[in-house]
Design a protein around this ligand. Sequence first.
Ligand code: NAD
Length: 543
Amino acid sequence: MAPPEGDGRAPWRVLVTDQVDPEGVALLREEPALQVDERPTLPPDELLRRIGDYDAIVGRSATRISAELLRNAPRLRVVGRAGVGVDNIALDAATALGIAVINAPAGNTVAVAELVFGALIGLLRQLPAAAASMAAGRWDRSQFMGRELKGKTLGIVGLGRIGSEVAARAHAFGMPVVAYDPYIAEERFTAFRVRRAPSLDALLAESNIVTLHVPLTDETRGLIGRRELGRLPAKSVVVNMARGGVVDEAALAAALVARELRGAVLDVFEHEPLAADHPLRGAPNLLLTPHLGANTVEAQRNVARDVCLAVRDALLRQDLSRSINVAASDGGWAELHAAMVVARRAAAVARAVLADQGMRAVRALTLRVGPELAHGGAPLLAAAATGVLEGILETDRLNLINARALADARGIDLAVGTSAELGHPRALEVTLGGGMQQLAVTGIAAEGSPRLTRIGAFHVDVNPRQTLLVLTNHDVPGVIGRVGTLLGERRVNIAEYHQARLAQGGDALAAISVDGSVDEDTRRALLDLPDVRSASVVHFRDF
Ligand code: NAD
């Protein structure tokens, strides 16, 4: 993401809305390169009128970021959500437009985990009813006999961020803990001292209290329905602080009315806010809270700080590692940056050279990476796709977020794999193909100095910076001199000149790194030189 043209003001403009915690906003304000405008939640039409002025918007759930809004935001680069849910953001439209969506999934973990136990104790000791009876002037001790947590088996569905915090606290209450999460490695169960249930049914069969901490997906919608409630031991308790829709509300209400369950806690609902006359409101032994899981001062501060730092890094440091719609990598983003530069530039060179050989319609892009880059396959492939497309598409909206989708839409097959045969652990090779032709360009992502090391069959060694000229010629004396003279006459400064040949007197290739740009007229003049067969100019762009 290159910064917008300077106009005397801070180059990046950020709109903060929906009462994001001031500690987070302060982190944006202290950056001289950011101009921050804070507005209360804006009506949709007013937001639509203003959004065109901004490079980033940061808000909570009250502001709907629709596809229409995004399409009317030509400058917008980043949408930040101070919180976890992105249901209010048109994610697919953002991805297609190359707009990063950043949320703050971790800051409210403790808030939810604590509420699980607060609510459970509230339910099991009948605290809401006891408090109401005190407020009404009564003293009803015998009516409020409660139950303890100690010794009750807690079944956790989803051992992610929140599920594991719940497990840690359950130990303190003396509860045996069992969890079901098919997507988590064995070590995580061991680390949290949690017994692994082989199936959801097995977990349900032994849980006195079952608590849900899974995302709402096609797989988890209706995860706990009539059948599953029936598998619980008699007088169990169900807690849903994950997402409405994971528990079948009608089935739960029926089980409560039939007194099959001891009780339930619900913080989230299929439709929020919960309708005033919803059947759940009248169900017995049910503790309802209005989606309070993340509603603590600390959590709001955490998520605001978290998202504001990530938005800052996306704008000022081109760090998209926190964007939920960019290709994910297992390693650090900064550590991959040099490799992304090489992937993008190698692909740009391959595309330009092939185009000058008459092959314009790229059909396939294959990336091979050395073992040290194996963890970054997805973002590196996106970077290579960016390099292919930048010469073809409007670059304004082309970036790591939408490159793969755009390549896909153009019918380019993308593939990535690891290879130990590239000669260097941080080497990568981009092969572009179409019809009968293909061309591979290899580079090495050594820190500080990215190099291109092979173009087709020719071994080169050149730093791909600013502009690269790739010439093919007959290996005869005098070509280098004539090329150098022509470029000198046209005030094109050569930074590096690497001449490679396959055999004496055969084909030769020159990779010439030059400062600034090279115009079409100069390229044609190079082509007119004796023995020069092709001349490709690649102007590199930055992320
Ligand atoms: P997370 O991504 O860290 O963990 C989710 C876990 O669920 C993962 O370990 C995943 O492997 C597991 N999982 C996915 N599908 C599963 C399935 N079919 N069966 C079993 N396990 C499955 O998420 P998190 O931060 O722990 O959040 C958990 C839930 O809590 C989310 O739905 C989130 O939206 C919700 N949440 C609610 C509030 C609130 O205010 N009540 C606040 C924050 C988060």
